[in-house]
Design a protein around this ligand. Structure first.
Ligand SMILES: Cc1ncc(C[n+]2csc(CCOP(=O)(O)OP(=O)(O)O)c2C)c(N)n1
Ligand SMILES: [Mg+2]
Length: 913
């Protein structure tokens, strides 16, 4: 007997007696044995039902395991449809009429793209994505998707971005769009109304709800959308409804980490109203998604492993005939052997290829011996068969306990003809020649004459046609046209000016960080009758870092199942309190997930008519550079709310070093057009910004959102400066710049203007003291709350002046504010120099910029500020150099000052260090 260590499965080797048998005897034994086992199983199935079979298999497995048998793990099922033909529900629609409607939409989708490219060569667009997905969408439109008029039962549908020609074509057939609009596809600047390339609520605010075209974002957003809907119900903000969240994705899109990265969360939260439909056309842009394997089987394993309900829609109805004939399961085994690169050939080359290469054994050939090539051509993929698709959706909407993914097998470029179907370049095909158009027309039976073909005409049936009536009736029954973005959120009055009052007084002796000030602002809002319930604090596992743990107890952490355990810190006043009505979304370590929640909460005014106000508080370094694409999407989607970059500043977050210290998020905030960005230094600045944000977003209902950085350096928060009226102060704070501390030196000959922001403001104030005390310079200190606001204003003014020659030129705010200020202007922040540099041209005089360009370091604040040359002495020195440039100091004085200030001229340049 072999040594136990050599045994397969690691267990002791058994069954030695069979070694005595000849191969024939062994085969016979195996066959009898297998039959006996299967018969026993059949008996149990008949008498005890599937549950008993499952139980027995479980027990068998455990038994085998105890005896050292390791059954290999498999999360996949055979490569056949999850729903057998016998379990398909009856199709509730008129299949023939739906086919006509589908043909019309297919036609117009194609015509729209081809026409646009004829008008404007290279303008792009996609034909083959929708061609593969038409049935998946149309079954949804006719029988499932509930439109906005369904109210609380309305669905959220994430349409795959590259399939948008199909949605436009449908809107045209629905008579929501006219021909002019169709002609403006991808030609948005040619005329009104334009038709955006992809789903963009920014561009089409009455139509699109969810931007999807940056691949991977729709999947993760849809998960957090579904969870947020539950949260709204749990918090009593929304009545419970039956709305589903549908997300249509590409199979290539599953390569994106964002696509699969959060699926475990959807299962953990038991989001059974979430339904993903992955259009498995087996291709992405360049070629097959997984040519050497099967993407459907691979995805099945992943989703099942994560706890999802998986429904495979692989094969169309015609295959059922063969499966029925196939008593020995050879067809199912052949499916299991099939790899995607191979099956792409059948799509491209048709029935003969299928006959020769798929039915590759005498047994398989036998299955189709009486079948013609025409019969074989009807062996369709499941995703093109409305009956199969309906069965899958039907099961998905009824499924309880976990989210569902439908893996639908389709052909990319379906029905588009030889040049496109299943071919590798099909994704980018945007043109068909007249001959190809004719073939397509004939295939779809579109009543357009040959002589009309050259114009690539659109076609839709009359209002009293059976097609239109059917289509309209179906949509009326399902809550109206969709996609459709309807905003009916109430106006919410912003808190009054008194909201800011306490912050104007400063903190007297008490030293607090701006993060703690933010927490005070938040708590104040939470206590507010109107706003308290609307606030949604979102945190990716750093509440303690930001000193926010008191909120755990106060407002609770949302958990769909409450708290089933006694928390370890229950004795503690601030214990970790999870509750079903909790208000905090404690997302764990997922900035992408937390940002998805931000988007869901920030757009609830449009999705549900509920004005929730997200405050997403995170490590500022892991903001725009980590989830920049989602932030851009938030802008497109007109999300509202506050992104709060905490532990901000390259030199303010001490110790953490290169990957943590953020000195550029304000630069990254620059490009998002409807994002306002603030880097406040003081408590009252922050309070003013938050109140104004609430006013603009929820009272004026502007499509803007806010980015605010807060730091963790404790400082006495000053009272508002006395030399400014409240009005002037608020204007300065909001527009980005105001004089915080004018110099007390009345008759100085030398003046300098120091611009500080965020945590570096304190260095500027100290620099002013040095300059006044040791160098006789009157140093006036300004607070720059927003470089972005100043820059935007300057650009607007600049543009106006350019377009209005001969009229009195306007002055940018930064110019106006500093117009009477004397001497050089020196700006310092905890961010890159590009921020003040961007203003230089618009200020009365060029700005000397100090900033934190370069990688961070682990050290304390003083050392870091010296390293990056943004501390008081470097600011003072830079001011002296600028004064020398104006002839107010000579070079000897400078060298002396450099020495006195202990500045090493040979220190390494932090930019490259
Ligand atoms: C983040 C991102 N990367 C790249 C692209 C460019 N792109 C658009 S479609 C596409 C291929 C899509 O393949 P798949 O997801 O399988 O969709 P299909 O068109 O096959 O349905 C690519 C790479 C994109 N839109 N977004
Ligand atoms: Mg694909």
């Amino acid at each position: 007997m072999a040594d136990a260590h050599d045994a397969p499965n690691g267990g002791p080797r058994r069954g030695g007696e069979r070694d005595q048998l000849s191969p024939e005897e062994l085969a016979e034994l195996h066959s009898v044995e297998t039959r006996e086992w299967l018969e026993s199983l059949d008996y149990v199935l008949d008498s005890g039902g599937p549950e008993r079979v499952t139980e027995l298999i479980d027990l068998l497995e455990q038994h085998a395991h105890r005896h050292g048998v390791r059954t290999p793990f498999s999360s996949t099922t055979p490569y056949i449809n999850t729903i057998p033909a016998s379990e398909e529900p009856e199709y509730p629609g008129d299949l023939a009429l739906e086919k006509r409607i589908r043909a019309l939409i297919r036609w117009n989708a194609m015509a729209m793209v081809v026409r646009a490219n004829k008008e404007s060569d290279g303008i792009g667009g996609h034909i083959s994505t929708y061609a593969s997905a038409a049935t998946l969408y149309e079954v949804g439109f006719h029988h499932f998707f509930r439109g906005p008029d369904a109210g609380v039962d309305a669905d959220a549908v994430y349409f795959q971005g590259h399939a948008s020609p199909g949605m436009y074509a449908r809107a045209y057939v629905e008579r929501r769009f006219d021909v002019e609009r169709m002609r403006n596809f991808r030609r948005e600047l040619q005329g009104e109304p334009g038709l955006a390339s992809y789903p963009h609520p920014w561009l089409m605010p009455d139509f699109w709800q969810f931007p999807t075209v940056s691949m991977g974002l729709a999947p993760i957003l849809s998960i957090y959308q579904a969870r947020f809907d539950r949260y709204l119900v749990a918090r009593g903000l929304k009545p419970e409804g039956d709305g589903k969240v549908w997300a249509f994705l590409g199979d290539g899109e599953t390569d994106e980490p964002e696509t699969l990265g959060a699926i475990k969360f959807a299962a953990r939260e038991r989001l059974d109203q979430l339904i993903w439909v992955i259009n498995c056309n087996l291709q992405r842009l360049d070629g097959p998604v997984y040519g050497n394997g099967s993407i459907i089987q691979e995805l099945e394993g992943i989703f099942r492993g994560a706890g999802w309900n998986v429904i495979k829609v692989a094969w169309g109805s015609k295959w059922d005939e063969l499966l029925e004939r196939d008593e020995d399961g050879i067809l199912a085994r052949r499916f299991n052997r099939l790899i995607d690169g191979e099956s792409q050939r059948y799509a491209a080359f048709g029935a003969r290829e299928l006959r020769e290469r798929f039915f590759d054994s005498p047994e398989l050939q036998q299955l189709i011996e009486d079948w013609s090539d025409d019969d074989l051509a009807q062996l369709n993929r499941g995703g093109h068969d409305p009956v199969k698709v309906y069965a899958a959706y039907h099961r998905a909407v009824q499924h309880r306990g976990s989210p569902t993914v439908i893996l639908a097998r389709t052909v990319k470029g379906y029905a588009l003809g030889e040049a496109a179907e299943g071919r590798n370049p099909t994704h980018q095909q945007k043109k068909l020649d007249v001959e190809e158009m004719r073939t397509y027309r004939d295939r779809l039976k579109i009543p357009i004459e040959d002589d009309q073909m050259v114009k690539f005409p659109f076609h839709r049936p009359e209002v009293d046609s059976p097609e239109y009536r059917y289509l309209k009736e179906r949509r009326d029954a399902l809550g109206g046209w969709t996609p459709r973005r309807v905003v009916n959120a109430d106006v919410v009055e912003a808190p009054g000016p008194e909201f800011v009052d306490e912050f104007l007084e400063g903190t007297k002796e008490r030293e607090v960080s701006t993060t703690m000030v933010f927490v005070s602002v938040l708590r104040k809002l939470l206590r507010d009758d109107t706003w308290g319930k609307l606030v949604v604090p979102i945190i990716p596992d750093e509440a303690r870092t930001f000193g926010m743990e008191a909120l755990f107890r106060q407002i609770g952490i949302y958990s769909s199942v409450g708290q089933k355990y006694e928390p370890v810190d229950k004795e503690n006043l601030l214990y970790y309190r999870e509750t079903e009505s909790g208000q905090i979304l404690e997302e764990g370590i997922t900035e992408a997930g937390a940002m998805s929640s931000f988007v869901a909460a920030g757009t609830a005014y449009a999705t549900h008519g509920i004005n929730t106000v997200p405050f997403y508080i995170y490590y500022s370094m892991f903001g725009f550079q980590r989830i920049g694409d989602l932030a851009w999407l938030a802008g497109d989607m007109r999300a509202k709310g506050f992104m709060v970059g905490a532990t901000a500043g390259r030199t303010t977050l001490a110790g953490e070093g290169l990957q943590h210290q953020d000195g550029h998020s304000h630069l990254l905030a620059m490009p998002i057009p409807n994002l306002l960005a603030y880097d406040p230094s003081f408590a009252y600045e922050l309070a003013i910004v938050v109140r104004e944000g609430l006013r603009r977003m929820y009272q004026e209902q502007e499509s803007v959102f806010y980015y605010v950085t807060v730091g963790n350096e404790n400082r006495v928060q000053p009272a508002a400066p006395e030399h400014l009226s409240r009005e002037a102060l608020e204007e300065g704070v909001l527009r980005g710049l105001y004089l915080f501390r004018p110099s007390g030196k009345k008759r100085a000959r030398k003046h300098v203007q120091l611009l500080g922001s965020g945590a570096i403001m304190h260095e500027a104030l100290q620099a002013a003291e040095i300059l006044e005390r040791d160098y006789g310079v009157a140093a006036h200190v300004w607070s720059v709350t927003s470089y972005k606001a100043l820059h935007r204003d300057a650009l607007d003014v600049d543009r106006w002046n350019r377009l209005h020659p001969g009229e009195t030129p306007r002055k940018p705010f930064v110019h106006e504010a500093l117009a009477d200020a004397k001497g050089p202007i020196v700006a310092a922040s905890d961010y890159v120099k590009m921020l003040p540099d961007a203003l230089s041209r618009y200020a009365p005089r060029p700005i000397v910029s100090l900033g934190t360009d370069g990688f961070g370091r682990s050290d304390a604040r003083a050392e870091l500020r010296d390293h990056f040359e943004v501390d008081a002495k470097h600011i003072a020195y830079a001011a002296l150099v600028a004064l020398a440039g104006e002839g107010k100091l000579d070079e000897d004085d400078l060298v002396k000052a450099r020495k006195a200030l202990d500045i090493d001229p040979d220190k390494r340049n932090p930019h490259v260090a």
